[in-house]
Design a protein around this ligand. Sequence first.
Ligand code: CA
Length: 614
Amino acid sequence: MIYGPGPSTRGESKGPSRGGLWPKLDKIAYGYRRGQFSPRQTQSPPRKRGKNGFRANALTYDYTASIECLANPHKPQYGGGIIINPELNHGLRGWSTFGNAKIEQRVLEDNKYIVAHSRNQPEDSISQKHYLQKDKLYTFSAWIQVSDGDFPVRAVLKTTTGFKHIGAVFAKSKCWSMLKGGLTVNASGPAELYFKSKNATVEIWVDSISLQPFTQEQWKSHQDQSIEKARKRKVRIHAVDEQGNPLPNASISIIQKKVSFPFGTAINKNILTNTAYQNWFSSRFTVTVFEDEMKWYTTEPSPGQEDYTAADALLQFAKKNSIPVRGHNVLWDDPSKVQGWVSSLSPTDLAVAVKKRINSVMSRYKGQVIAWDVVNENLHFSFFEDKLGSTASATFYNGAQGIDGTTTLFMNDYNTIEDSRDRLSTPDKYIQKLKQIQSFAGNNNLKQGIGLESHFSIAPDLAYVRSSIDTLASTGLPIWITELDIASALGQQAQAQYLEQVLRELHAHPKINGIIMWSAWKPGGCYQMCLTDNSFNNLPTGNVVDKLLREWGSSLKGTADGDGFFEASLSHGDYELKISHPNVTSFSLAQSQRFEVSSADTLEQTTLHLQVSA
Ligand SMILES: [Ca+2]
């Protein structure tokens, strides 16, 4: 096993944990007497039943996935969902041949499974037919083994409109690997599930298959449930007077000062001289990245003539506004993005130049960025590998670790969640590359991260997006959305509509650590998706962002009950609390106190209790 469960990624940049919370409260409680806070943790009441009552657990989404290769497969998720005979306990019932494979049930240590053998074509496999319904989201999983070697196996659904790749896994022999995937169906009709492997002779073994449909409403309820659990916490405030007597019906005002979840957009040098751009950007976002200014072709357009002026100035701007920056990128594997003088170097000279580049940019900004995209688009391109050998990228990560190894070192690539048709960057390919980099000598303690660019050029398939992130999350590594946009060719309205769908899904996914959009503004237009016009008035996409910022933040006003209690579910972040009551004459509106709603894992599912006196 290369990956363990790893340290929790939830705590990243989350400020003080449980131990640090209370002194902070005391310190800023001017207007309130010290020592009047009585924090307590209690179990939250049983989860509320939804409007459908959450019958059994059928509607709850199972976010789990596994990258372990196991002697025995897990039970099928959702009991198999609509799959007939999902555990193969009933012979071959429900299953038939796809293509020209021969199929049979086998038994190994009491476990029954299905085998496709005597294959000649990649798609020769097993099959099961289902009727799929329009607008439903289907989550798929299965456990796969091959009779020999280590080969990618894909799950495909053949529908009336074509073939849809729904998931893939690097299957091994002698142990079971989990394949997880998903698809959204655009038209009702019959569909046939089958599996595919480029190796057309190896046996494909399958067990614990599951295909679970969800309605749009159910899908939305998963998001809501996940946000309550992963991004929010219940807070119970008790307003009391100086003697500790409750203040019934006290007016409560909770103002969010900072939201913990990192959400931002790329910026570029245009912001340095444009106050309207500065104000629009800094009043909204909590994280950023530079569009081009840190890239090698910008900082060293000619050999030896380094110029970090723009990157330095942008970093100062970000620091001034307390907005953390991702370091993007050290190297870019796309040959069309390599400046002329670099592409013409001999391998020997290239190796020297690359080493100098890594050292130059990473030493300069060491400790000042929250992430490094070390080798950009390593799954789609291989400029450096082609010149320097197949372990080139692994050596770059090794070099990067030596310079700024405490900062997370990311891969960063596209189409992993955007488009299941792109075979180069599926979640299983991504994981394979991460493992390859980590298995290089000296890289076993590499602090790796998963960067998902998320450039959508087609309508997002949220079932595929979610299942792909589930699979990637089973590495235990932090996952960031690094360059989210929707292609301009889809039109402004679709851009806004799809952006909202994707942002809701990504923000709700418990394993996403932050989201950055790729909407750096240029007078001539943005890369694909602007959020504003040239006067910094919102476009429909900008309105989506503002709507979600309001939703994800949670400033609110209310009235305590007859015993002085007030309950709210608040997003993780920093808050200002104001309490007023007619009985408390000394209270002034200028007096307030701050508190933090943290996301420490141990506090999940508990209510934060604050007793405040006025
Ligand atoms: Ca079985």
